[in-house]
Structures are given as structure tokens and as C-alpha cells.
Design a protein around this ligand. Structure first.
Ligand code: TRP
Length: 454
């Protein structure tokens, strides 16, 4: 704080602001809702290990690449890719990576918002004390009643979309960031408390064995793809969200350190969520593979039994909503920025355009839990198809292309300059991961699952 940069700001504010925004984007429903339920569906320990491997070997190097590209380009993703491709003497078709990301972000938000709507609804239920002394069956019934009622789902989806677009139109990211700065440590403390509760009241040993005993016979090809896709999803990689934030990162700040901080915080939150939930699952004879409703069917049981549970529950869901909110804005900011820059629209009009389109697509997800639950494509509902397509295919594809661009298309001198690094072992390790390990892992895992090899 003592030293001041040329811009006159205390120099830590740059990294703090970036790490906060990026952590706000990374930590969200992916960590608390999705990680536990896909871990449950994919058999536990071996899946978790695979996910951790993907975070380290694929996620971290690609996150560094995304930040680097964003900071060097200084624009929203499509324009950044175009500008860098030109300055590196490459085809301007690389801007299509930005375009792919823009579409991916809108598709993800369309279902993300519906699930954030569940969290909104549960905030209200918690405050009303609905969960007090309920049995597992009753809690399951409450969730079932919510998702089978499309009108209520649509209402909350609409509320969450309005919240998201409000922040984006008003450009009040700063306000949200400040709220997140308070609420995120709060969420962390509450999760630690819930893990403690699960340790005392739940079947802690079964929960931990499930999460951390790796039985690779349970790991299907499909599970490996899901673990990889989730590494992209949870770190907000592969669509330009982090690239966009990278543009705001001051030059003198170490990209490597900032990345490690974000990836570490994100992973800890996910593991804590798992450690809070699975002991409750096993103690109450619930099904780990219950699917997307898992946290909504387990945590309220604990809230219903603990003293002051209504307050703890309300706090928890409020914080979950904020975590989802700060993630949601990063999903559409690139699209809104691009439309404003290139289509001659005002920021307000772009916001409405993107917001209404996203809301409209979200109706498909709303109906996939009730009226259209039986309408299936490849055995999957609309929500499942959208989730699979974006998380397991589009994000890894975007990430792969970003890795190839940074590692193979950009000159070594540009990379060294942007990372502000000497050409030492760290640089070479990173570049090796980015040139070979991450792309090959993405290609092999995708090809393997989609039946192209093996
Ligand atoms: N990472 C967020 C979560 O885990 C979701 C998210 C925000 C995201 N921005 C993203 C996912 C960009 C993929 C790409 O909840």
C-alpha cells in the first residue's frame, strides 16, 4: 500500500480487484451445486481425483493463457483475439474463438439462471422456516414440488435475469464486487461451519471415503469427460470471461500468482461443499446420485435440525445467490460489450437484447423439469443437453483453441513480455503444459468419450 503506481493507485489494489472479480466469477453454483451432484453421479473419489488433475494440468495453464491474452489485447474477447492475431501475424479468423465463447456464455447463463432461481426460492423458504424439523422425505417433497411447478420456476428465473441485467446495464459491478468481497468470506466461514456440523451429526467417515477413496473401476469414459468439462466450468474458462477480466489486470502484476490464488480458492470451496454434503447424504440414507437437486435435498435437512437453523439457512442461500450473481455477470459481459462496441447499440439496448434472448432460452430449462421432462434427445432432457453441450464440448473446445493460440501462434517474446518473466524453468513448465499437456488431454479425453478412439 505504501508504494503507488504511475496511475496513482496503491499497487495492491490491482491484484486484489482482479483476484476478487475473477474469484467472484469462478466461485458460484459450479462449486456448491454442481460439483457435489456430479461427484455423486460419477461415483466419488476417482472422479474427484480426475477433476483435481484437470484443474492443475489443464485449468491453471489455460487460465494463465486467457489472462495473458486478455491483458495483451485490452478489448472484449472477439476484438482482443482479432487484434492479437493481427499483431502476431496470424489469421484474423481467430476472432471466431471469441464468437464461440460469446454464444457459450449466453447458453450457460440460460440454465444457470434457472438454478440460481432455485436458490432464490430457497432463500425465501428458509426465512419462512419451512425446513424446521422436516424429514428427508418432506425435504425431498419440497424440492419436487418446486421443480414440478413451471410457473414458480419461471418467476424466479425472471427475477434472477433481471438482477443480472440490472448490474450489467447500470455498470454497478463495483457495488456487486464490494458485496461479494464481504459475502464470499462469509460463505467460506459458513461452509467450514457446515463441514463441522456434518462431522458431528453426519456420517463423516462414509462421506470422506466417498469423496477421497479413488476406485478407478467406477470411472467411466463419460466421467472423465465430465471431470474435464467441470474444470473449465468451475474456473470460468474457455469462453472469454477471464480474458475479459484480464484486460483490467495492471501490467506489473504476476499472472501466475493471481491464477494460483483464484484456482486455489475455487477448489477449496468445492471440496468444502462436498465435505459438508456427503456425510449428510449417507447419514440420512439419501442417494449420492440424486442429480441436480442434491444440495437442495440435503442441506435443508441439516438446517431444519440445528438450533437457529432458519437464520443459518437464510444466510447460506443469500450468499449462494450472491456467488451465482457475480458469476452470472461474467457469462454475459463479453456478449454485451461486443454488441455495444460493434453493432452500434447503446449498452442498454445490448443488455435487453442479450437478456431477453437468454431468458427465452432459459424457458426450455424451466420446462425440462416438468411439462417437458419426458421430451428427450439422446436420453437427455433439454437442460441436460444444454449443460452437456456447453460444459463438456463448447468450453473445452474454446479452451483448446485459446491454448493453441497462446502456445503456438504467439511469439515467445510476446509471452515473456506479457508474463514479465525470465526464460526460466517456470516459463518452460507453463509453456510445455500449454503446448502439449493441456491440448492433448482435451483432445484425447474428448475423442475417447465421443467414441472416436479406443
Ligand atoms: N464458474 C462459475 C461457477 O462455477 C460459472 C461461470 C461463470 C462460468 N462464468 C463462466 C462457467 C464462464 C464457464 C465460463 O459457478
Amino acid at each position: 500500500m505504501s508504494s503507488v503506481t504511475e496511475t496513482g493507485r496503491p499497487h495492491w489494489s490491482g491484484r486484489l480487484a482482479f483476484v476478487l472479480a475473477a474469484t467472484g466469477s469462478a466461485v458460484g453454483l459450479g462449486n456448491i451445486w454442481k460439483f457435489p451432484y456430479i461427484t455423486g453421479e460419477n461415483g466419488g473419489g476417482a472422479f474427484v481425483l480426475m477433476y483435481l488433475f484437470c484443474i492443475v494440468a489443464i485449468g491453471v495453464p489455460i487460465m494463465m493463457a486467457e489472462i495473458l491474452v486478455g491483458r495483451r489485447g485490452q478489448l472484449s474477447p472477439i476484438s482482443t483475439m482479432k487484434r492479437l492475431a493481427q499483431s502476431e501475424g496470424r489469421s484474423s479468423a481467430w476472432k471466431l474463438v471469441g464468437a464461440l465463447g460469446l454464444i457459450t456464455g449466453i447458453l450457460i447463463l440460460s440454465f444457470y439462471s434457472v438454478v440460481a432461481g432455485w436458490a432464490l426460492s430457497y432463500t425465501l423458504k428458509s426465512a419462512q422456516g419451512v425446513f424446521a424439523n422436516s424429514s428427508a422425505d418432506q425435504i425431498g417433497g419440497i424440492f419436487g414440488a418446486l421443480v414440478s411447478d413451471w410457473k414458480t420456476l419461471l418467476l424466479w428465473h425472471t427475477v434472477f435475469m433481471l438482477m443480472t441485467m440490472f448490474v450489467i446495464t447500470r455498470g454497478v459491478q463495483k457495488g456487486l464486487e464490494r458485496a461479494v468481497m464481504l459475502l464470499m468470506p462469509g460463505l467460506f466461514v459458513l461452509l467450514v461451519f457446515l463441514v463441522g456440523y456434518a462431522a458431528v451429526k453426519g456420517d463423516f467417515s462414509s462421506g470422506l471415503h466417498f469423496l477421497f477413496d479413488a476406485d478407478f473401476s467406477k470411472l467411466s469414459k463419460e466421467s472423465i469427460l465430465v471431470a474435464m468439462g467441470h474444470a473449465f466450468f468451475t474456473l470460468s474458462l474457455g469462453m472469454g470471461a477471464i480474458m475479459m477480466y484480464g484486460a483490467y489486470l495492471p501490467k506489473h502484476i504476476s499472472i501466475g500468482k493471481a491464477t494460483l490464488m483464484v484456482a486455489f480458492a475455487d477448489t477449496v470451496v468445492a471440496l468444502l461443499a462436498g465435505m459438508a454434503i456427503f456425510p449428510l447424504v449417507f447419514a440420512n440414507g439419501l442417494e449420492p446420485a440424486a442429480g441436480p437437486g442434491l444440495i437442495f435435498q440435503t442441506l435443508p435437512l441439516a438446517f431444519g435440525q440445528m438450533p437457529g437453523g432458519a437464520i443459518v439457512a437464510t444466510l447460506f442461500f443469500v450468499m449462494l445467490v450472491f456467488a451465482a450473481w457475480s458469476s452470472a455477470i461474467s457469462l454475459v459481459e463479453p456478449a454485451v460489450a461486443w454488441m455495444t462496441e460493434n453493432l452500434g447499440m447503446t449498452r442498454n439496448v445490448s443488455c435487453w437484447f442479450v437478456g431477453v434472448a437468454t431468458w427465452w432460452i432459459g424457458i426450455g430449462t424451466v420446462l425440462s423439469f416438468n411439462e417437458m421432462a419426458e421430451a428427450k434427445l439422446w436420453g437427455k432432457t433439454f437442460f441436460d443437453v444444454l449443460d452437456y453441450l456447453t460444459t463438456n464440448i463448447m468450453l473445452p473446445l474454446g479452451g483448446l483453441l485459446i491454448a493453441i493460440f497462446a502456445a503456438w501462434m504467439m511469439h515467445k517474446s510476446s509471452l515473456l513480455d506479457e508474463l514479465d518473466m525470465e526464460e526460466g524453468i517456470l516459463f518452460h513448465t507453463w509453456r510445455f503444459l500449454l503446448r502439449f499437456v493441456a491440448p492433448l488431454a482435451v483432445i484425447i479425453i474428448s475423442a475417447n468419450t465421443l467414441g472416436l478412439i479406443g
